[in-house]
Design a binder for this molecule. Structure first.
Ligand SMILES: C[S@@+](CC[C@H](N)C(=O)[O-])C[C@H]1O[C@@H](n2cnc3c(N)ncnc32)[C@H](O)[C@@H]1O
Length: 255
């Protein structure tokens, strides 16, 4: 897969707000995506990002997923931040989804330094956020970041995704962010196993859908899966929802 070519194809297909007839997707583009982040949060986010960028602490990282394209097992916090954390318009997306849809229960697969959870939490202080991370050293840095940012509505679990799925039997999730183990077969398998813990209006955010050929193949198969009636291609991330009340349709959207 040639990423630049993929990007040109994506830009060519991307729709402005006028080409969208689905009320749900129209609202997503015009209301959810245009939500502004709180000024106080922006300033605490800037401070946190500045500290993480310059943090040269070395962690021994245990990678339970598809690994990193650039990093070995000894990684500085700053390199994890540059290579693995949600930033810019994609971290803002997490904030806006939590803020606009006010989900009661959010699940994040892959906590890393905690940036995704911190954005969900800032977007909606009433959401219950569950985040899963298997690497203990990374998990510990996330706990520090939750403290620094006064992020209190996060239930952080040290576990593999597999162990979590085997043992989970509580409330259903309204938003699920899959951001770890970037392998197409694993992604499709996690989605299948998450089904019993979701509902017709659950919104799934899939990160790095163009990370590899296998991820892009999985994304294309998910878009064609009759179970998901809404799919949104945001280039780096993809969003899917069952929403069986809506005719099946795929959208390419610029964020
Ligand atoms: C890309 S990072 C997550 C970034 C984070 N969601 C954010 O928004 O900043 C992926 C994380 O998933 C963790 N991970 C990968 N595969 C895993 C698995 N099978 N079980 C648990 N954690 C896993 C990795 O250790 C890594 O910290």
């Amino acid at each position: 897969m040639i990423l630049l070519l993929e990007y040109f194809k994506y830009c060519f297909k991307a729709k402005g707000r006028h080409g969208i007839h689905s009320p749900f997707v129209y609202d997503f583009v015009n209301k959810c995506l245009t939500t502004k982040m709180n000024k106080k949060f922006i300033s605490s986010q800037k401070k946190l990002f500045k500290n993480l960028k310059s943090d040269k602490t070395i962690l021994n990282v245990n990678d339970f997923g598809a690994g990193s394209k650039k990093l070995n097992d000894q990684r500085s916090v700053s390199s994890i931040f540059s290579n693995s954390s949600s930033k810019g318009k994609y971290s803002k997306l997490l904030y806006t989804i939590a803020n606009y849809y006010t989900p009661k229960n959010i699940l994040e697969f892959g906590t890393s330094l905690g940036i995704g959870s911190i954005h969900f939490s800032a977007g909606n202080k009433s959401s219950n956020i569950t985040t899963i991370e298997a690497c203990e050293n990374t998990f510990l840095i996330a706990q520090q970041n939750f403290k620094i940012t006064n992020t209190t509505n996060v239930n952080s679990i040290l576990s593999t995704f597999d162990d979590f799925l085997e043992n989970y039997s509580e409330d259903k999730f309204d938003v699920i962010f899959i951001d770890g183990h970037h392998d197409g077969i694993a992604l499709v398998d996690y989605l299948e196993r998450l089904k019993p813990h979701t509902h017709n209006d659950s919104l799934f955010i899939l990160d790095d859908i163009r990370w590899s050929d296998s991820m892009l193949e999985a994304w294309n198969s998910i878009v064609n899966d009759p179970y998901y009636h809404v799919s949104l291609d945001l280039f780096r991330m993809g969003i899917i929802l069952p929403r069986h009340q809506q005719t099946k349709e795929h959208f390419t959207i610029k964020i």
